[in-house]
Design a protein around this ligand. Structure first.
Ligand SMILES: [Zn+2]
Length: 199
C-alpha cells in the first residue's frame, strides 16, 4: 500500500540527506523517482537539493501554483514513477498536500514529504500543519541542541547572534541564519516571550 509520509524536523536534522538516500535506494533497483523542492532557494551553481554531507541532486521546482497531481499523473503516464520525494514540504499549500494524498490514493504512488515542523516563532508552517493532520506516517528526524537535548525548534538569529522575534515566515536572501535548539533554549533566547501574547 502506498502511503503519504511526512518526515519532519528542525533545521540541520538531515532531511535532505534522508531524502537523497531514499531516492538512491529506488534508483539503485532501476526504479524511477520524481524529486521536488521549493522555488525559494535558487542559488546559482547549486543543485536543487543539497545535503550538508555533500549529496546533491536536481529536482523539479514547485511554488504555490504548481499542480502536483497533474504533473505527476503526466510523468507517470510517460514513464512509471515508483516514488515522489518532496523537500521543503513546509512550503506546500494545503491544497497541494491534498494533491499529494490523491497521488497516493488514486495513483498508488508513495509520496515522501520532508520539511520543517515550525518556523522561527514556533508556529506550524501551513503545509506542515496539513501534513501532520492527514499523512499516513509521521517520522521525526532528530537534530541536537548545543546542550545535548533534542533540537525541535528553529531559532532565527541576526548578524550579531541575537534572536529575531518578528518578520516574514521565510527570510530570503537576508543575513539571518537559523540555529536548531531545544524548546528550553528557544524560549530562553526569546526571553520567555510567548510569540502569540504580543507582550
Ligand atoms: Zn538546549
Amino acid at each position: 500500500m502506498a502511503k503519504l509520509y511526512f518526515y519532519y524536523a528542525s533545521m540541520n536534522a538531515g532531511k535532505s540527506t534522508r531524502l537523497l538516500q531514499a531516492d538512491f535506494n529506488y534508483r539503485e533497483r532501476g526504479l524511477h523517482t520524481m524529486l521536488w523542492t521549493a522555488q525559494v532557494d535558487t542559488r546559482a551553481g547549486h543543485k536543487a537539493i543539497e545535503s550538508r554531507i555533500g549529496l546533491a541532486a536536481d529536482a523539479e521546482r514547485f511554488d504555490g501554483a504548481t499542480d502536483f497531481f497533474g504533473r505527476v499523473t503526466a510523468a507517470h503516464a510517460a514513464r512509471p514513477i515508483a516514488c515522489v520525494l518532496i523537500d521543503e514540504a513546509q512550503f506546500l499549500t494545503p491544497d497541494q498536500v491534498w494533491q499529494c494524498a490523491r497521488i497516493v490514493d488514486e495513483l498508488g504512488i508513495p509520496v515522501l514529504c520532508h520539511g520543517l515542523r515550525t518556523d522561527f516563532r514556533g508556529e506550524l508552517f501551513e503545509g506542515s500543519a496539513v501534513l501532520l493532520g492527514i499523512a499516513d506516517a509521521l517520522v521525526e528526524l532528530k537534530a541536537v541542541c548545543f546542550c545535548g537535548r533534542k533540537a525541535t525548534m528553529n531559532l532565527r538569529v541576526d548578524d550579531s547572534g541575537n534572536a529575531v522575534q518578528e518578520g516574514a515566515q521565510t527570510e530570503i536572501g537576508g543575513n539571518d541564519r537559523y540555529v536548531a535548539v531545544c524548546r528550553r533554549h528557544f524560549s530562553e533566547a526569546l526571553g520567555h516571550r510567548n510569540p502569540w501574547s504580543g507582550s
